[in-house]
Design a protein around this ligand. Sequence first.
Ligand code: NAD
Length: 480
Amino acid sequence: MLPANASPAVLDGDAPYRLLSDGRLLQTAGTLAVLDPATEQPVGQAPDCPPELLDATVLAGQAAFPAWAARPLAERAACLVALGKAVEANADPLARLLTAEQGRPLAMARQEVLTCVHWCRQVARMEQPVAEHTDPAGVRWETRRVPLGVVAAVVPWNFPLMIAVIKLAPALLAGNTVIVKPSPFTPLATLRLGELAAGIFPAGVLNVLSGGDALGPQLTAHAGIAKVSFTGSTATGRRVMASAASTLKRLTLELGGNDAAIVLPDVDVPRVAKKLFMGAFLNSGQICIAAKRIYVHESVYEAFAQAFAAIAGAAKVGPGADERSLIGPVQNRPQYERVKELVEATRAAGHRFIAGGELPAGPGYFIPPTVVDNPPDDARVVVEEPFGPIVPLLRYADVDEAVRRANASEWGLGASVWSQDVAQARAIAGRLQVGTVWINTIHLLNPHAPFAGRKQSGLGVENGVEGLMEFSAPQTLAVA
Ligand code: NAD
């Protein structure tokens, strides 16, 4: 293990991408090409983990578990701090790599890297509660938290590094060993994270395995995995839940969303239009907690729609590596095709675009920010999660109606309320069937604040002490 004062490792950008398994950085016979979504050209080749290496990695995680779990909390926390320091020292190459494989503009990729640093440092400060009680018969009851074993962290392509760190940091702090599996579309920055971790954690404690579509199901069904922490689509989440049933794995599922934003009549229209524009289109709309249905009071609807469409029309769409770009490409070809089909279906249904709607010729999966003017509630663009740069503006007449329509969704991830009257916004928040409500802001996550989806948006909690406790089980001692 690295001493706390050691200098962080420096990544070699020319080195081949390697898996981290049992403390060793490995290449594999098979590889997967990772494409830059702005150019459709290869960025690098990721290892394709074969089933026998997955088995060996799970065994290594199990072997490393008892000693890691037995280490004092402060030592596990120190490793997380060291990982944060190493990520910070390599922030620039990691951000460039994220932009190349994920597509997002560089400033936002850098933000993601720095969020990872922040998470490592903050999670390292957390502790789990211990409950103690002596009953009238003199029996002393103590309930403390114990780790589970090998945790599988399954990550999507929209925030590859951040979502990996949100899972691995609390899992490791709680005393588990971890196998991180990035999406086949965006494994490269996570493999580099594995290289940094190799010099910090004991062998087998943190492993990073990339692979094709077969690897996720093999990992989540593996009998040696104690818990799956999954972020991805609701459809895949259901499959993960089914695959966990045979061995009763513990599960945390962070799934899709169709977040409503409710704009009250008293807002500063230009200001809120600007904030909600990024709320809807940051990362090309590929954020689980993006504003995906924007309900605007009829008294300000026209002004809001005009301001919003003007911002959308002026937004520079282009490669993330170009500093002038505000909106990068959609991350991958299948997602591009899905969003393109939704744009075409929305047009074919006769709904009006007030911005965007025309897709440029390739190369690159570019879709300009597309704004739909007050489609009916049963329009696909309202009912579905587009997970791309298209959003409907929806006119409402009174708050009760807005709340009812916002809640009329199978998802319940987040929502935002926009008003100068914070007391009223709080009252509305209390009526929304979602896990997080932002008031006059959006997208913010905090390592100390629980994040949990309701309805089809997930199961369990991430972040905060509650999220940390999902990586442990209660163990009660009764001492007579
Ligand atoms: P996805 O469900 O296709 O894939 C997510 C991960 O699961 C990838 O690593 C993938 O390889 C793996 N996977 C795929 N099939 C699997 C299976 N059968 N068993 C095990 N693993 C499997 O999701 P995506 O397209 O990468 O991401 C987009 C979705 O993620 C959106 O619906 C979005 O809302 C959701 N998301 C949710 C949150 C949240 O915190 N709630 C955050 C980000 C993204």
